[in-house]
Design a protein around this ligand. Structure first.
Ligand code: ARG
Ligand code: ZN
Length: 851
């Protein structure tokens, strides 16, 4: 059954107070709940409390047996008055909870995940984000097994009970929706630290992990403190409790969760040291720790009215964590990474059967809408508002938003209105970004009039149809634009912010003496697909001279893309200009290594496919490998120099990370140009590595080759890290991502490996998601890749539908592929839909992909 945004109604009953009492035990946890409920407005409807898999043992209203019934997934209670105290009791079994939603067991711990609708698996409750309550929580458990008892807010009392048990009382002074409830019990040790807020509040910080993992928590703690400071400085937001707890758990459906005062994390986004984590892992940890911390304001203090507004907190918070990471390292490189992710994950979503707007209109299962569109395109919307308003007005807008809505559950519209009210800028047309799905396309070309020293930029936009949405209106596209003199390489005038608001427009530039190079959509100021009519040599020149690093990166990438597409079409591709641009980048003294690493990374096979009418994975693969080997051969000396630089793994400065990044990019190109030399260099890099970044970079290259070096490296890696599950995930992931003809066989065999399990989401994704993202291997012409992924989806769906459903889109994109593959993919989707007992999560994704 679909739920529609337009059907929103305020809650019939409010729940100002909640008291919960847990007798914790993995096999049978007894839950007592006492809700204070108040009729909201004038109506005579009963109280409806959601429950999922719960059997009511006791239901009382005002201390007496209540008039209640169970209807569908709800407990329905008839209440005569306008206020009541409702008591319920249920038993739940955390150890049997394989969905990892609600209260579940992970490696001896008991922990919770409630967003979006997990709380109803713990106790009967309205469980919608616009019902905010103050929580009191009593936890009791066996003291030896569960020495640490944590919940939201502050610890107010604790003590020992009978039979070796103990208890703790927690109180959260901030009213919150049920999706922010959290609780953890287990044998944990803390990395303890402190933070003094800008107004002088002393906050106790704890990162809770198993004792043996304590040495790996330093980076997460530093990141947390940096994020707390940054939010004070950049947004004026201060932390509001005396205590901030983070817990790392091994079994977790997503990255992490912003529960008030008690963030719960997938351990992969907490634990790191240079021997076990790559530089990218370190950066991801900083980004996710900051993201969850930032939610304290953008999510917890100001929350969502309903789940259609999810981007209100996620888009904004992603934008905030992106800005934070940009400020901590290189802004330009961070922007390149974010755009790479947007293009890899969100553009295909917007172009496929599951396309939806940033604020969706309907859903069957809300968990399916935690998407790149809601998160990452949502973040682009906030970024565009900042670009249009300017940083000062944007800050005024965010201040007004927080001040106006503190303690409320609000909508995306409320956010935009705060921005308008604070800035005086009319954002009516901008709102289309929230409602219209699909990536806008922009055509651009420049006409130069040398005699008048003017240039005219012609622009036209179109918004493609998406499922259920046709005939769209033009949107506001903020395009940062500069014209650069083709001869001198010098900008002709200032960069301008061109706002394209009509279907088409022409913009006049004065003082353009030389023939201009068009540098447009700098910093990716609008998330659009650009189609620029260019003169011969224009991209080459831009790749050489554009002073804006992001634009220069784009020119390099576009140059490569043109060669790759030509190759994939079977045209003889000329690689000389690509090689020249890459040589220029490599030897430049002005560019830093991190930027070079990005600029020299060829567009992925997936990205090339997105630019083709119909994707032909084999043609793309051979075109890309041909270009890689041409580059590797032609630039062997320059690449060799970049690859031979060594820097201590203990050095985690942005500079050091950049050097390592470039080192592995260089290795990979060298190996493409000369496999024998590549294998030797990779083996040497692997053997000499004092850090996971170099080690993994070497393995990535070896994984795609034949020979004893590959076997030896993978065997050694396995022996060394077999007891470290996060590193073992990498061992699975690297093999699943290998560009090798035998990858399908390898992956099928790995699914039978004793260390593979469908019960741990990280392990499952290490194998299955990485394989499905490996275009050439997954789209094996035999259809074996599709069959494997489908089998895996169906297997995990029986125990954990959310993990299963997130993988369906990889098969759902069948219309984009050449007919043989399209047919095979479609058949697998049909097999999914025909499976008895399918979850509604997977059903929604698969059936929409077939429609
Ligand atoms: N709010 C969490 C975050 O982005 C993610 C929760 C994911 N929940 C879900 N049902 N998919 O930080
Ligand atoms: Zn989030």
């Amino acid at each position: 059954v679909a739920i529609y945004r337009k059907d929103y109604l305020p809650p019939d009953w409010l729940v100002p107070e909640i008291a919960l009492d847990f007798d914790l035990d993995p096999d049978r946890t007894h839950v007592r709940s006492r809700l204070t409920v108040k009729r909201n407005g004038e109506h005579d409807r009963p109280l409806r409390l959601a429950g999922n898999g719960l059997t009511p043992l006791v239901v009382r209203a005002n201390g007496a047996d209540a008039d209640w019934r169970v209807g569908g997934d709800a407990l329905v209670i008839e209440l005569p008055g306008n206020e009541a105290t409702i008591e319920t009791e249920v038993d739940i079994a955390p150890a049997a909870n394989s969905k990892l939603m609600g209260l579940y067991a992970s490696g001896g711990l008991l922990c919770t995940q409630c967003e979006s609708e997990g709380f109803r698996r713990i106790t009967f409750h309205a469980d919608r984000p616009d019902v905010l309550s103050r929580y009191r929580v009593r936890m009791s458990a066996d003291k030896a097994r569960f020495p640490i008892l944590l919940a939201n807010g502050n610890l107010v009392a604790s003590g020992d009970g009978e039979n070796g048990t103990h208890w703790a009382d927690w109180e959260d002074p901030f009213p919150k929706p049920s999706y922010l409830f959290a609780m953890v019990a287990g044998d944990l040790s803390a990395n303890r630290d402190r933070f003094t807020t800008m107004s002088g509040r002393e906050v106790e910080l704890n990162i809770w992990v198993r004792e043996k993992d304590l040495p790996k928590t330093g980076h997460a703690m530093e990141s947390l403190k940096a994020a707390m400071r940054w939010d004070e400085e950049v947004y004026g937001r201060e932390y509001d409790l005396d205590l901030f707890n983070i817990v790392a758990v091994d079994d977790f459906n997503f990255g992490a969760m912003e529960n008030k005062g008690l963030n719960i994390f997938n351990s992969r986004y907490i634990l790191a040291d240079e021997d076990t984590a790559t530089d990218i892992d370190f950066d991801n940890i900083a980004g996710v720790v900051a993201h969850e911390y930032f939610h304290n304001w953008s999510g917890d203090r100001v929350t969502c009215r309903d789940w259609f507004q999810l981007s209100l907190k996620e888009g904004f918070t992603v934008f905030r964590d992106q800005s934070f990471s940009g400020d901590m390292g290189s802004k330009a490189v961070k922007r390149i990474e974010d755009v790479r992710l947007l293009r890899a994950a969100q553009f295909p979503e917007d172009a496929g059967p599951l396309a939806h707007s940033v604020r969706p209109e309907s859903y069957i299962e809300i968990t399916n809408f935690y998407t790149a569109t809601v998160y990452n395109k949502g973040a682009e919307l906030i970024r565009m508002m900042q670009t249009i308003l300017g940083p000062e007005a944007f800050r005024k807008g965010s201040d007004l938003y927080f001040e106006r809505h503190d303690g409320e559950a609000v909508t995306c519209e409320d956010f935009v209105r705060a921005m308008e009210d604070a800035s005086g800028v009319d954002l009516s047309q901008f709102r289309l970004w929230y409602s219209q799905a699909g990536t806008p396309r922009v055509k651009a070309h420049v006409e130069h009039d040398a005699s008048n020293a003017t240039a005219i930029l012609h622009l036209a936009q179109s918004i493609p149809d998406t499922p259920g949405q046709t005939g769209k209106s033009p949107m506001v596209l903020p395009l940062k634009t500069a014209l650069i003199g083709a001869d001198s390489g010098v900008p002709q005038g200032e960069e301008q912010l061109v706002l394209l608001t009509e279907g088409s427009a022409s913009v006049r530039f004065e003082g353009v003496v030389e023939p201009p190079l068009l540098s447009i959509n700098r910093e990716f100021s609008a998330p659009v697909l650009l189609d620029v009519e260019r003169r011969a040599g224009e991209l080459e020149r831009l790749a050489e001279v554009d002073p804006d690093p992001f634009a220069r990166y784009e020119a390099c990438q576009e140059l490569m893309m043109r060669a790759l597409l030509a190759g994939a079409r079977g045209e003889s591709a000329d690689s000389t200009s690509v090689i020249a641009a890459m040589r220029g980048t490599l030897i430049s003294n002005a560019l830093d290594p991190a930027f070079k690493g990005e600029a020299l990374s060829l567009p992925t096979e997936g990205l090339i496919g997105d630019r083709m009418e119909l994707v032909d994975p084999d043609a793309i693969h051979s075109s890309r490998e041909t270009l890689r080997s041409a580059i590797g051969a032609a630039l062997a000396d320059e690449l060799g120099r970049a690859q031979s630089v060594s820097i201590s793994g203990a050095d985690l400065s942005p500079q050091a990370k950049g050097i390592r990044r470039l080192k592995s990019v260089a290795l990979s190109l060298l190996a493409a140009g000369n496999p024998e030399r590549g294998a030797a260099l990779a083996k040497a890099q692997f053997d000499a590595a004092d850090n996971m970044t170099d080690r993994q970079g070497a393995m990535m290259v070896l994984a795609s080759m034949d020979g004893p070096e590959r076997e030896a490296a993978f065997a050694a890696f396995f022996e060394r890290y077999r007891d470290d599950s996060l590193v073992l995930d990498k061992w699975f992931a690297l093999q699943a991502a290998a560009q090798h003809e035998d990858t399908v066989d390898v992956v099928e065999a790995l699914a039978k490996h004793p260390d593979f399990t469908v019960r741990n989401p990280n392990r499952w994704r290490a194998l299955v998601s990485n394989f499905a993202a490996n275009q050439w291997a997954f789209h094996h012409a035999s259809g074996r890749g599709y069959r494997f992924v489908t089998d895996m989806i169906l297997e995990v769906d029986r125990i954990n539908p959310q993990v299963a459903a997130r993988q369906v889109p990889s098969i759902g994109r069948w219309r984009r592929f050449e007919p043989t593959r399209a047919k095979l993919m479609r058949a697998e989707l049909e097999r999914i839909v025909a499976t008895p007992g399918l979850s509604k999560d997977v059903f929604e994704q698969a059936s929409k992909s077939l429609a």
